[in-house]
Design a binder for this molecule. Sequence first.
Ligand SMILES: [Zn+2]
Length: 255
Amino acid sequence: MAANAQRHFAGQTRNSVISYSIRRSTRARHVWLRFSKSGELVVVVPKRFDIGRVASIVDANRLWIERAAVRVNARREALEDSVQVALPQRIVLPALDREWAVEYRPTNSPGVRVVERPGNRLVLYGKTSQHEQCRDALCRWFRRKGHASLVPLLQELAATRGFTVTRVTVRSQRTRWASCSRNRAISLNIRLLFVPPELVRHVMLHELCHTKKMDHTQGFWELVAHHDPNWREHRRRLRMGWRSLPGWLTSPATA
Ligand SMILES: [Zn+2]
């Protein structure tokens, strides 16, 4: 393995998963945290540093990381915004096992609206020559889709597994897949639409287990294993699943 090879990990904090990669550096004298150009957290460690200690360092710096991630992503997205991003010809949402061919149909009606048509077509009507208006319309459609699909999925899972949830929200979060508050409100990351259904279910079950146990003690993991016997494999695959959103989605409107 090259000296600076990156390995991907997810640091576990009390109620969230922080994704990061580890980079070994021959020049580093101590551990430091930085964000890459793509907005991902990189933990730089000296050449012979014990990787096993990284998770606790990430956890200890959780607050700083979360605040910095917001700043870094805002800056990055502002930058991306200034460069015109191509509008999609195809949208694939693995979580729903669906994909759409996107069509742009200019009409005289004001604004842009998105309509799902039979045959897995997503048609944009209106001022389709207006790039920003198309992007905003697609973002609105994406948020509606996320809400309309993820919320019932969680509620159904909660009902069949005997969990009580007070509130479910869907948001675009920068550093975590989901979270659960002490009063049992679960927040889901809309990016879950980009991972396969079994991993969406895994994330949901993890948070549902937090409605009974807020910590990550042995008892918590036993509860997770009871509901999701393949949780270890799912968790490993999820660590690899954190990708940046397609350009058309990273407009300020989705924040
Ligand atoms: Zn957790």
